[in-house]
Every structure is written in structure tokens, then in C-alpha cells.
Ligand binder design. Structure first.
Ligand SMILES: Cc1cc2nc3c(=O)[nH]c(=O)nc-3n(C[C@H](O)[C@H](O)[C@H](O)COP(=O)(O)OP(=O)(O)OC[C@H]3O[C@@H](n4cnc5c(N)ncnc54)[C@H](O)[C@@H]3O)c2cc1C
Length: 452
């Protein structure tokens, strides 16, 4: 790694500083949060001399695809996440608000103005040094904390080193995720609980389909519109284990009946018979608020997923905490590798931030940069590491990525489905508002404790 402008004390000893690798949404926010606390920060960003397959500009915090930071309202969990970030004086939020464009209920931004301003602010900070180079080795933590925020398109050389650190089996290059359904939106009058062949406990929710229902579903699935959005390759080659359900279906009318919709070993207690086909849903979080559609990783467009998967009996009213995706995405198995402070389990001076932690989305990535930046700066001065309360959007996301089932870990957007429940009999809309109010009140109370 080329060294430029090293700061040294008179005795030749290096000043402690925070190193941030990757100047995307997470890295830029991490630099800002750490520098704001007074720490010296060195940011390594490889662009523009080396580009990723998706970035096109020399700016930090480039939005690689859509220019939307999604819903603005507090009734939406990503709106709440943004509001919590504003409470921490987030650079990404300040610049997004400054460069906002009219977009109905969403926060969309002028992408170039936004990225250009973030870059200008970071480069103007007197305690920040920006180095343009690809980091090919894991930086040493001897001189201070290191934050890895190299995102879903981490360069190959560094990804290899991260793979060695985490173990190859805990670093992923593809996100082949099935949709996740909010438990209370599943109709349990139709779906039944059982495990195949009655083995173990009845952990799965099973949605049974008759022959006619299967035909309708099959035709809708194989004619639905597919998204190419996040794929870099136009004609991707799939591993058998993460083949999109619609690709598998296109191999033949009955293929799914021997794959993810296999009915054998399952008896519908309402008919006493094996259904013609079954969609299995597996619990996805410790609180059992979310269920994963087993084997249903998909590239269908999101509105198409809603339309087609609601044809499955029991899922007619399904609400999706996240839709299925298949795209290039480098991320680690955070439930095995990270503490809720975003520190690596085997080295408390090494932090991960952004999409590489297994969150999904611009705002979620930036929020993880905020957490890592604040905690790294606190580590530098010997202050206690912060763990965000679970009732907050930050805390709910951190809890999800560090406690989800490591065997089936898939990246996650923020959604009220991962918040602790309220146990209140109120309408869905009121419940969301109550969760948002609870989160914002909790943050105020929690900050009083650690700021004193
Ligand atoms: C093609 C694509 C499209 C996406 N579209 C959307 C979307 O529309 N909406 C949405 O909410 N989310 C989207 N995402 C998901 C995700 O929110 C974004 O990728 C987001 O930018 C992630 O933020 P990050 O800071 O973790 O990574 P990035 O913003 O990608 O930042 C990582 C930075 O690290 C740099 N870098 C990588 N390796 C090295 C290295 N070895 N040394 C130095 N620098 C390095 C990169 O150049 C980059 O600037 C998309 C992802 C991809 C891959």
C-alpha cells in the first residue's frame, strides 16, 4: 500500500489514527463521524484510477443505480433510519436533504450534486487525509482502528484477504436471496406447521397447492417480468444451489415439484393428504416475526414478486420484509463474524461497515458507516463501545445482522418486521407510527446516558 503524507511525532512514532478503506456511502459517513470527534482519519479509495464494474465517477458516496434513498416518512422503517441518522448529524443525510429532488413520498437526490458535495466536505476536513489507491492487503491495526467499507464490489485482491480472515465459507460473492415474508401476514388458516416426514419439531410453515393452483402459479411465474438491474453480467451462470426459481421452472412444468415445491413427506392436516405442491417457509429471525420462502431466490421484478407469490394459498395478503434478489454482492457472514458494535470478533480494532456487513441498500449501508465511525473514534480514546438499542432502526438492523441464523444468512433491508414487537392491538399504520415514536424517544434517553 503506498504511503503518502504520514503524520509522525518528533520521535518518529506514528500518531494513532483511524484508517477507512472504501469511500462509498458507508466509508464517507464513517470518515465524517470519526473526524467530527477529533480523530485523525486516513481514507483509502481506489477510484477513479481503479473503478468497480458499477461506479462511473471519481466522487465519494456515488449512488451506483437509483437516485432514491427510498421512503421519507416515519411510517416506513427506512424513513425512521434516515431520521435517526439526522440525529447523529449524518453527512450523508445532510447532503441528501440539501440535494433533494421532488419525488413524492421518497427522498431522491441530484446524484452528482450529492456525491460532489460529500466529496468536497470530506476533502476539506483538516484531520482527514485521502489516498487514492486500491488496498490489496488488510491494513494493520497497530496504529489505530481500521474500518473496512469496500462494499458489494470489493476489489478481488482485498476480497481474497478478507476471505482468508473470515474463512472462505464466511465470505459471499453473490446474493441469491429468497423473499422474506412478515409472519403475521401469512394466513395460518391455510398454511400448516410441519417438518418433512415429521422429523424434529414442526418448524416450517407449509403453503399447500392443489393441481389447479399449481398450474395458475406456474404460468404466472414463468411469464413474469425479470429484473436485470443489479446484475453486472447479462447472462449469469448460476450455481445449482442458488438458481432463481423462475429459471428452474423454465426447465419443465414439473421441475419445481422435485425442487423447492416438493410435497413428499408433508401431509396437510386439513385434508389428511399430501398436497400436489408445497411452498415451505422457514423462520428467519429469533423473534419469529419473519419467514423465508425456502428455495425461492428470484430475479423477478419486485412488483411481479408481490403479484406472483400472492397466488400461493396462505400468502394472498403477504407483506414482504424483503424481496428476492440475485446479484453480485460481497458480504461476510456477520452473525458469525461481527459484534453488534461492528467490531470483528477476533480483533476489536477491526470494524466492517456498509453493505459488506450484510445490510442491503444505500441508507442501511451509510447507517452502518455511522456506527463504525462513532465506535472506532471512541475506541481510539478508550471510551466504551456503543450498542444501539434494539427498538431503534439502527439497533434492529445491527441485531438482525449479528444474530440471524448464520447457516442461512442473507442481506437485509431495514423493515419494521425486525423490530421488537409492541404487543399492542392497533392498526398496522398506527403500529408503525408507534414503533417510530418509540425509537426516537429511546434514542434521546439512551444518548443522555452515554453523553454524561
Ligand atoms: C450494481 C448495484 C446497484 C445497486 N443499486 C442500489 C439501489 O438502486 N438502491 C439501493 O438502495 N442500493 C443499491 N445497491 C446496494 C447498495 O446499497 C450499494 O451498493 C451501496 O453503494 C453500498 O454502500 P457501501 O458504502 O457499502 O459500498 P460502495 O458505495 O460500493 O462503496 C465502496 C467503495 O469502496 C471502494 N473500494 C472497493 N474495493 C476497494 C479497495 N480494495 N481499495 C480501496 N477502495 C476500494 C469502491 O471504489 C467504492 O467507492 C446496489 C448495489 C449494486 C452492486
Amino acid at each position: 500500500m503506498p504511503e503518502r503524507r504520514e503524520k509522525r511525532r518528533t520521535g518518529g512514532e506514528k500518531l494513532a489514527e483511524i484508517t477507512v478503506v472504501g469511500g462509498g456511502l458507508a466509508g464517507a459517513e464513517a470518515v465524517w463521524q470519526a473526524a467530527k470527534s477529533g480523530a485523525n482519519v486516513k481514507l483509502y479509495e481506489m477510484r477513479p484510477s481503479q473503478m468497480t464494474p458499477a461506479h462511473q465517477s471519481p466522487y465519494l458516496a456515488e449512488l451506483v443505480c437509483s437516485n432514491s434513498l427510498r421512503a421519507a416518512s416515519l411510517e416506513n422503517a427506512v424513513g425512521l433510519l434516515k431520521e435517526e441518522m439526522r440525529q447523529f448529524d449524518s453527512l450523508i443525510m445532510a447532503q441528501a436533504d440539501k440535494h433533494a429532488l421532488p419525488a413524492g413520498g421518497a427522498l431522491a437526490v441530484d446524484r452528482e450534486g450529492f456525491a460532489r458535495s460529500v466529496t468536497a466536505v470530506i476533502k476539506s476536513l483538516p484531520n482527514v487525509t485521502c489516498v487514492e489507491c486500491e488496498v490489496r492487503d488488510l491494513p494493520d491495526t497497530i496504529n489505530g482502528p481500521v474500518i473496512l467499507a469496500t462494499g458489494p464490489l470489493t476489489s478481488a485482491a482485498l476480497a481474497e484477504k478478507i476471505g482468508r480472515l473470515t474463512g472462505e465459507e464466511s465470505l459471499y460473492f453473490y446474493d441469491a436471496a429468497a423473499p422474506i415474508v412478515i409472519a403475521e401476514s401469512i394466513d395460518e388458516a391455510k398454511a400448516f406447521r410441519a417438518s418433512r416426514y415429521g422429523k424434529g419439531t414442526a418448524d416450517y410453515l407449509n403453503c399447500p397447492l392443489s393441481q389447479d393452483e399449481y398450474r395458475v402459479f406456474y404460468l404466472a411465474l414463468t411469464s413474469a417480468e425479470v429484473s436485470l438491474g443489479h446484475l453486472i453480467e447479462e447472462q449469469p451462470k448460476y450455481f445449482e444451489g442458488c438458481m432463481p426459481v423462475e429459471v428452474m421452472a423454465s426447465r419443465g412444468y414439473e421441475t419445481l415439484l422435485f425442487g423447492p415445491m416438493k410435497p413428499v413427506g408433508l401431509t396437510d392436516p386439513r385434508t389428511g393428504r399430501q398436497p400436489y405442491a408445497v411452498v415451505q417457509l422457514r423462520q428467519d429471525d429469533a423473534a419469529a416475526t419473519l419467514y423465508n420462502m425456502v428455495g425461492f431466490q428470484t430475479r423477478l421484478r419486485w412488483p411481479e414478486q408481490r403479484r406472483v407469490f400472492r397466488l400461493i394459498p396462505g400468502l394472498e395478503q403477504a407483506e414482504f420484509a424483503r424481496f428476492g434478489v440475485v446479484h453480485r454482492n460481497t458480504y461476510i457472514n456477520s452473525p458469525r463474524m461481527l459484534l453488534p458494535t461492528l467490531q470483528f470478533i477476533n480483533n476489536n480494532k477491526l470494524y466492517f461497515a456498509g453493505q459488506i456487513t450484510g445490510v442491503e441498500g444505500y441508507v442501511e449501508s451509510a447507517a452502518m458507516g455511522l456506527v463504525a465511525g462513532i465506535n472506532a473514534a471512541r475506541l481510539l480514546v478508550g471510551a466504551e463501545q456503543l450498542t444501539w438499542p434494539h427498538e431503534t432502526a439502527h439497533g434492529a438492523l445491527l441485531r438482525y445482522i449479528t444474530t440471524a441464523d448464520p447457516a442461512n444468512f442473507q442481506p437485509m433491508n431495514v423493515t419494521f418486521g425486525i423490530f421488537p414487537s409492541l404487543n399492542a392491538a392497533v392498526s398496522k399504520r398506527e403500529r408503525k407510527m408507534m414503533m417510530a415514536r418509540r425509537a426516537l424517544e429511546r434514542i434521546v434517553e439512551w444518548r443522555k446516558n452515554w453523553q454524561n
